[in-house]
Design a protein around this ligand. Structure first.
Ligand SMILES: Cc1cc2nc3c(=O)[nH]c(=O)nc-3n(C[C@H](O)[C@H](O)[C@H](O)COP(=O)(O)OP(=O)(O)OC[C@H]3O[C@@H](n4cnc5c(N)ncnc54)[C@H](O)[C@@H]3O)c2cc1C
Length: 389
């Protein structure tokens, strides 16, 4: 196995780092519950090609291979201090666009992917409901067949990008009887259809430039051609696609961890107490060493996933491990950074506490840590591993 980056991958990473640092760290990318969606940053990402990295060239994307995509996302996370913008981009790519790439008909791909790549349309994924979070198979949103349409009724909540979204991937119930795993279907739903309404916007602890909303579907008529897969394939579509989200979305968090590490090394080698730099205390240098260990282990599992996806293979176990390990590592790294910076870590003007708030939700979305452990145990044959998202 070869861990060396190709010259093209090295150039890509450098270009992404330069782009992020030069063009994405401007004043608008602020912090605070009222901070709006970072549209200017979004359009800059579109112009640089970020929004089409995993999308085939024939649909307006760059057609990057999986490992190069992971490296680019890692570099983006490092360079862009607006974690909310990076999260919005990742949601668009891995919770929406990739569903079309993997399961869309040529007609759906031709309609939706070009405007999603060039920044005109923003994607979102509507799965979670007020009564159904981890237990995906229990969703109640209904899609009833009516001629060449389906009529959608239900409420989806905690949907990232919803208040600014132009297109949703929606999971809904098409059968009330029979096998639970064949009862769901996945649809591409344009936000402008009559009967689609963002009913409320949620305030969050962090990731403020990613807006989050509740979406209500009321007698919304979705063309049957907007099905992803066939009727009843929704759960299979979801489980085969979420491994992209669980791995690729978290690649950016590894870049964030490296940025935090660099900040901590800088601080620990300049701040002096008791006549020496902080790095001279074992308890501080140990925290910094742990940060480096997490980053390198995270990259190993992500690179393995890149290799598996390049070969067209499933990565169910690896993506659950990656999601679990990286999200928890990110949070622990951010918490350690606060401790290393002392009071400055806690004060808003130094930006360290923001890293904690932005990292808090990683072990929740995309399937909680508890659910990832359950899935991993299930794949080892020692617990029920399915039926969870
Ligand atoms: C920042 C953020 C962005 C999000 N974006 C989206 C989005 O774009 N689209 C979308 O559809 N959803 C989104 N969500 C929702 C997210 O997917 C859900 O929050 C998640 O699936 C968990 O569901 P829940 O919050 O209802 O918790 P619950 O499922 O109610 O779980 C509560 C607690 O119980 C634990 N638990 C539940 N079942 C089990 C079990 N079987 N075994 C052990 N423990 C269990 C959970 O791990 C958790 O600790 C987002 C959430 C956040 C925080």
């Amino acid at each position: 196995m070869d861990f060396a980056q190709t010259p093209a991958q090295r150039r890509l990473c450098q270009a992404v780092r330069d782009f992020g640092q030069r063009e994405l760290n401007f004043e608008n990318s602020g912090d605070g519950p009222a901070t709006p969606f970072n549209r200017e940053g979004w359009l800059r990402c579109a112009r640089f090609g970020v929004l089409g990295w995993p999308v085939p060239k024939k649909y307006g994307g760059s057609g990057l291979d999986p490992l190069s995509t992971i490296l680019a996302l890692d570099a983006l996370g490092y360079a862009c201090r607006d974690n909310g913008l990076v999260f919005a981009v990742n949601n668009h790519l891995w919770a929406c666009a990739i569903y079309l790439v993997e399961h869309g008909t040529p007609e759906l791909c031709e309609t939706y992917l070009p405007p999603m790549c060039d920044g005109r349309w923003i994607g979102a994924h509507a799965l979670t409901e007020p009564g159904t979070g981890s237990d995906v198979l229990s969703i109640t949103t209904r899609a009833e067949r009516a001629g060449d349409h389906y009529v959608l009724n239900g409420t989806k909540t905690f949907i990232s990008n919803a208040p600014v979204a132009d297109v949703f991937v929606v999971l809904a119930r098409t059968a009330l009887e029979g096998a639970r795993q064949q009862a769901l279907s996945a649809f591409v739903v344009p936000a402008h259809l009559p009967g689609v309404r963002v009913a409320r916007e949620w305030n969050k602890a962090g990731l403020h430039t990613t807006p989050m909303g509740e979406v209500v579907f009321t007698d919304c008529r979705v063309p049957a051609r907007n099905l992803l897969g066939g009727e009843g394939d929704g759960y299979a579509v979801f489980t085969s696609t979420i491994e992209w989200e669980r791995a690729f979305m978290f690649a950016s968090q590894v870049g964030v961890m490296e940025r935090i590490l660099d900040d901590c090394v800088r601080y620990a080698t300049t701040r002096r107490q008791f006549g020496r730099t902080l790095g001279g205390f074992d308890s501080i240098s140990g925290k910094i060493a742990d940060m480096k260990v997490r980053i390198d282990l995270a990259r190993l599992i992500l690179h393995k996933i890149g290799w598996l996806k390049d070969a067209g293979r499933l990565a169910m176990m690896e993506s659950a491990i990656a999601k679990l390990f990286i999200s928890e590592s990110h949070l622990n790294t951010a918490l350690d950074a606060v401790q290393i910076h002392g009071a400055r870590g806690y004060l808003t003007e130094f930006g360290i506490e923001r890293e904690v708030r932005d990292a808090l939700c990683g072990p929740i979305y995309g399937g909680t840590s508890e659910i990832q452990r359950k899935l991993i145990a299930g794949m080892l044959g020692i617990a029920a591993g399915d039926e969870t998202g």
